[in-house]
Structure formats: C-alpha cells, structure tokens
Ligand binder design. Structure first.
Ligand SMILES: *Cc1c(COP(=O)(O)O)cnc(C)c1O
Length: 237
C-alpha cells in the first residue's frame, strides 16, 4: 500500500471513530483531501483508493492539476474540485469555470462575480460562506454579525447554491479548547437555518483538530498534512 493510501485509511478511521463518539450517523462527515502543493501523481494515488473530493488553495496550481487529471474517475463519477484558499476578485473567473465548490467566499462581491461567471451549462457552483470566528482583523471571513445578511444575499444569486459555512479557527493544541470556536460556528449555522436558509454543510476541521470539529457537527473536514505529509512551499514554484 502506498503511504498516501495508508494515511487515507488512517484519516478515514479517525473520522469514523469521531463520528461514532459524537453519536452521529456513519457517513455523515465527508473527507475533503487537501492536495495543495502536491502534484497530480499524489492525487492519483488517493483516487486509486477511492478518494474523490480534493481541495486546492492556489488558482494556477489547481488549474494545472485539474487539467492533468481530467478523465480520472472514482466509480463512474468525475473528481470533485473544491477551492478553499483566499480568492481575489480578479481570479474568480477560472474558479467559476473549473471548480465544483468554493468554501472561501468571504464577501458578497466575490459571490456576485462567481455567479455571473459560472457557465450556465454547468451545475450551480456549491458555496460555503467563510466566517471569521476568532474575530482577528488578519483573518478572512465575514463576522458572525454580518453572516445572516450576506448569506441571504448569496442564496438569492443565480448559478450558485449556498450550502453552508466554513471556518478556520486559530491552531490550538488543547482538544477541549479546540471545540469552542467550532461550537460558535455551529451555533451560527443553526441560527441561519432557523432563519429559513436551507444549509447542509459545515466545512470545518483540519489534520490537527478534526475530532473536535466532528464533535461539534462538521459535515466536511479538510485534511491535507495527515494524508499527503508536510507541505514544502518552497518547492511549489
Ligand atoms: C491547507 C488547508 C487545510 C489543510 O490543513 P492540514 O492542517 O494540512 O490538514 C484545510 N483548510 C484550508 C482552508 C487550508 O488552507
């Protein structure tokens, strides 16, 4: 078994254990494999053992990979590409044209551009609104106070489907304290649903905190390092 296949198996069993421990239904948490900085060959190794959804942060790197892997399938299904990195407005077009999901929508203007640029022969682009739960000025995402108004406006746009919320809390080693920001995102998600928005996705949890995220209701965890290994940003260019 390749190292990537073995790591994937480990991550899937971490997800299963966390799901069971939380009393949640088996299969209620999807794995997004974050392949940024790794090449098409690494993605192919994951595809070979059934991984279908991949997360990318850098537009040009992702486009090259998507092209290299066109035609790859899991079962009869094509791969699913999720954009999860900071998105500038001058880069929305290729994202609207080549991705299936965007988790990192952090202002209405970005959603409006994605909506206008999404080719109408494709299914709607699946969207998560990124929330800045730690309240740091340096972090992207809408504040919890802004979330309802922005979510409503995004949900009204054509060619997009608003699926839920995404958050990246500050790294925290203590498992008990890891849960606090995830719980805040979950509470916000519940409030938006109570307000009538039809949301089904909570994108939260990474290699170091997926158990805490699943305990607080994550439906999609975004895992890079635990599958592909440590990233070497220097080698990217
Ligand atoms: C890189 C990245 C991940 C993966 O993080 P790991 O700690 O490597 O699992 C998840 N989400 C986002 C938004 C990322 O940029």
């Amino acid at each position: 078994m390749s190292p990537i296949a073995a790591h994937l198996e480990d991550v899937l069993s971490r997800i299963t254990r966390a799901t069971t421990a939380a009393g949640r239904a088996d299969g209620s948490v999807r794995l997004l494999a974050v392949s940024k900085t790794f090449g098409a060959d690494a993605v192919r190794e994951a595809v070979a053992v059934g991984q279908r959804a991949f997360g990318e942060n850098y537009v040009q790197e992702a486009l090259d990979k998507i092209e290299a892997l066109a035609g790859e399938t899991v079962g009869a299904e094509p791969l699913e590409w999720h954009f999860i990195g900071p998105l500038q407005s001058n880069k929305t077009r290729p994202v609207a044209e080549h991705f299936d999901w965007v988790h990192s929508v952090d202002r209405l203007k970005i959603a409006e551009r994605l909506s206008a640029q999404r080719p109408t022969h494709l299914p709607p682009l699946q969207i998560c609104l990124q929330v800045n739960i730690s309240g740091e000025a340096s972090k992207s995402g809408v504040t919890p106070d802004e979330a309802l108004a922005v979510a409503r406006a995004i949900a009204a746009l054509p060619n997009l489907t608003l699926r839920g919320l995404m958050a990246i809390p500050e790294p925290e080693d203590d498992p008990a304290r890891q849960r606090e920001p995830f719980k805040a995102v979950r509470d916000l998600f519940d409030a938006l649903c109570a307000d009538g928005l039809a949301l089904d996705t909570l994108s939260m949890g990474m290699s170091g905190d997926l158990e805490a995220a699943v305990a607080e209701g994550a439906t999609m965890v975004r895992i890079g390092t635990a599958i592909f290994g440590a990233r070497d940003y220097g080698a990217k260019a």
